[in-house]
Design a protein around this ligand. Structure first.
Ligand code: SF4
Length: 232
């Protein structure tokens, strides 16, 4: 594959994001920085991240800021970054600039740091249109989320994938080492809870019906969840 040519002078390109969090332990190997991109026109039925859909929401970050966040967590044994959404490939120049900056930074690390990216776009389209971006990722999880519904849904075979149609595509030796066979996924929790910025964040891959059950159980204990991201 060709190395990225999708950004020039990438340091000035800003990424529109919804939120960032560390440590994320439910969206990839180990302890990670989670970066949720703002804006998604795909609008899968059953998406639990509807708060990321509006391209006009969120806030801008420069690639150097994200690298600085990662660098500040070296002592906390950061293992990688997960770029989720929202739809990262709706901002291809910013995504390429971020990946260039992360790849330059991680070359100086004394521990492995992997880059995992989710997308709701078809894998073939990404391969055709964004080979430069793919060359800078360790793992890609593409394809739209397919909702199984609360009762009839089937949990995906992998903890990292939202639905069974989504392949987990390792792209580098590090990606294959950490994600092939998904050994680490077997003992990872599916959802973590973070209280941050005046709200509660549920981070991870819920099984079909998990969020409805969570709401029901909270309600039974007198806790009403309002403004949730998995409902219009
Ligand atoms: S699941 Fe992902 S691709 Fe689908 S609507 Fe939600 S954010 Fe967009």
């Amino acid at each position: 594959m060709n190395r990225g040519v999708e950004s020039k002078g990438g340091a000035e390109v800003k990424f529109r994001i919804n939120k960032a969090h560390f440590p994320v332990t439910t969206l990839g190997y180990g302890r990670r920085l989670g970066l949720w991109v703002q804006g998604c026109a795909i609008r899968c039925r059953g998406c639990v991240s509807r708060d990321t859909w509006d391209a006009g929401g969120g806030w801008d970050v420069e690639p150097a800021e994200v690298v600085a966040w990662c660098d500040a967590r070296r002592a906390q044994e950061i293992d990688g970054i997960t770029i989720s959404g929202g739809e990262p490939f709706e901002q291809p120049r910013a995504l390429a600039a971020l990946l260039e900056a992360l790849n330059a930074w991680r070359r100086g690390l004394d521990r492995a740091f992997d880059i995992l990216c989710y997308s709701g776009l078809p894998r073939r389209r990404i391969e055709r249109r964004h080979p430069g971006i793919l060359a800078m990722l360790d793992v890609l999880i593409p394809e739209p989320y397919v909702d199984g519904g609360m009762a009839g849904g089937r949990a995906p075979r992998s903890l990292w994938r939202g639905s069974d149609n989504q392949p987990l595509v390792p792209l580098t030796p590090l990606g294959r080492t950490r994600y092939d066979g998904e050994n680490n996924a077997a003992c990872a929790p599916r959802i973590q809870v973070s209280i941050d910025r005046g709200g509660a964040w549920f981070i991870g891959i819920p099984r079909p019906g998990d969020m409805d059950r969570l709401e029901e159980q909270a309600r039974a204990r007198g806790v009403i969840l309002e403004g949730v991201s998995w409902r219009a």
